[in-house]
Design a protein around this ligand. Structure first.
Ligand SMILES: Cc1ncc(COP(=O)(O)OP(=O)(O)O)c(N)n1
Ligand SMILES: Cc1nc(C(=O)O)sc1CCOP(=O)(O)O
Ligand SMILES: [Mg+2]
Length: 233
C-alpha cells in the first residue's frame, strides 16, 4: 500500500527521539551501499575485494537467498575479512541471530524479519540496524521510533534481483530528510544512469546489487561509475 498521504507530520512532535534527531548536523554525502548477489561462489571474495578497492563503499550487505543460515555462516568469514580490512561495514540481511553469530557490524531487517528493538538488544548499541520501509512514511516513522539507524525505501526502479511490489516517488527521500536526521537508503534497480534523481532528492545511501555485479565491464568499473556520480553531486 502506498500510504504516503496518510501520515500526519504533527505526529513527529509526539516523539522526543525525533526532536533530538532534528538537531543533528548536516547529513553526509550520498554513499554507495553494496548488496551481494543473491547467490555467490567461492571466487566471490576476490570480486568483492576488487569492487571495494575501486572506490569508497560505505557498507556491504550479505544477502544470500535459497540457502540456510549455517551455509551462509560458512561463506561469510572471508567476505567479512575483506570488508574489515577496508573498514567497510559488514551487514547481514534478514537474521538478527546470524548477525550476532558472525559479530557483524549490523543487520538489515525486512518488515517480517524481526523488531529493531530486539536487534538492538541482541546486537548492542554500536550495531547498524536498517529497516525496509517500501514506499511508506508510516513504516519509516515506526522504524525510526524503534531505533533504526537507517530506513530503506524502494524499489525505485524495476529490478531483476527481486520481485518488488512498491514503487516510491523520490520525493519520499526529501520528505524523510526534512523530518529526521536518520539516514535513508534508496534501493531497487539503481544504475549509474538512473541514480541522479535519487541523490538529488536526498538519499544518504544508494543500495545496489545488479548494476555492480552484472556490469559487463566488471564490478570495479561499476563502482567507479557510481563514485564519479556521487562525487559530482
Ligand atoms: C538496504 C536494503 N534495503 C531493503 C532491503 C530489502 O529487505 P527485505 O524487505 O527484507 O527483502 P529481502 O532483501 O530480504 O529480499 C535490503 N535487503 N537492503
Ligand atoms: C533487495 C532489494 N530490496 C528491494 C526493496 O525494494 O526493498 S529492491 C532489492 C533489489 C536490489 O538489487 P538491485 O540493485 O539489483 O535492484
Ligand atoms: Mg529480508
Amino acid at each position: 500500500m502506498n500510504d504516503q498521504d496518510d501520515f500526519d507530520d504533527e505526529d513527529l512532535a509526539l516523539d522526543p527521539h525525533f526532536a533530538d534527531r532534528f538537531e543533528q548536523e548536516e547529513k553526509p554525502a550520498c554513499q554507495l551501499y553494496l548488496i551481494s548477489p543473491p547467490k555467490i561462489d567461492e571466487g566471490f571474495a576476490d570480486r568483492l575485494a576488487e569492487a571495494l578497492d575501486a572506490s569508497p563503499v560505505a557498507a556491504f550487505q550479505l544477502r544470500l537467498k535459497g540457502i540456510d543460515e549455517h551455509a551462509i555462516a560458512a561463506l561469510a568469514p572471508p567476505l567479512q575479512k575483506v570488508c574489515a580490512d577496508r573498514e567497510v561495514a559488514f551487514i547481514v540481511n534478514d537474521s538478527i541471530g546470524l548477525a550476532k553469530r558472525l559479530k557483524a557490524d549490523g543487520v538489515h531487517l525486512g518488515q517480517d524479519d524481526g523488531d529493531p528493538r530486539d536487534a538492538r538488544e541482541q546486537l548492542g548499541r554500536d550495531a547498524q540496524i536498517g529497516v525496509t520501509c517500501h514506499d511508506s512514511r508510516h513504516l519509516a516513522m515506526e522504524a525510526g521510533e524503534a531505533g533504526a539507524d537507517y530506513v530503506a525505501f524502494g524499489a525505485f526502479y524495476p529490478t531483476d534481483t527481486k520481485e518488488t511490489k512498491h514503487r516510491p516517488d523520490p520525493s519520499i527521500l526529501g520528505w524523510w530528510s526534512t523530518v529526521t536526521g536518520i539516514p535513508c537508503v534508496a534501493i531497487g534497480g539503481i544504475t549509474p544512469d538512473n541514480a541522479k534523481p535519487l541523490i538529488d532528492a536526498g538519499a544518504d545511501f544508494l543500495a545496489v546489487s545488479g548494476a555492480v555485479w552484472n556490469d559487463p565491464e566488471g564490478p570495479a568499473a561499476a563502482v567507479r561509475k557510481f563514485a564519479a556520480l556521487l562525487s559530482a553531486s
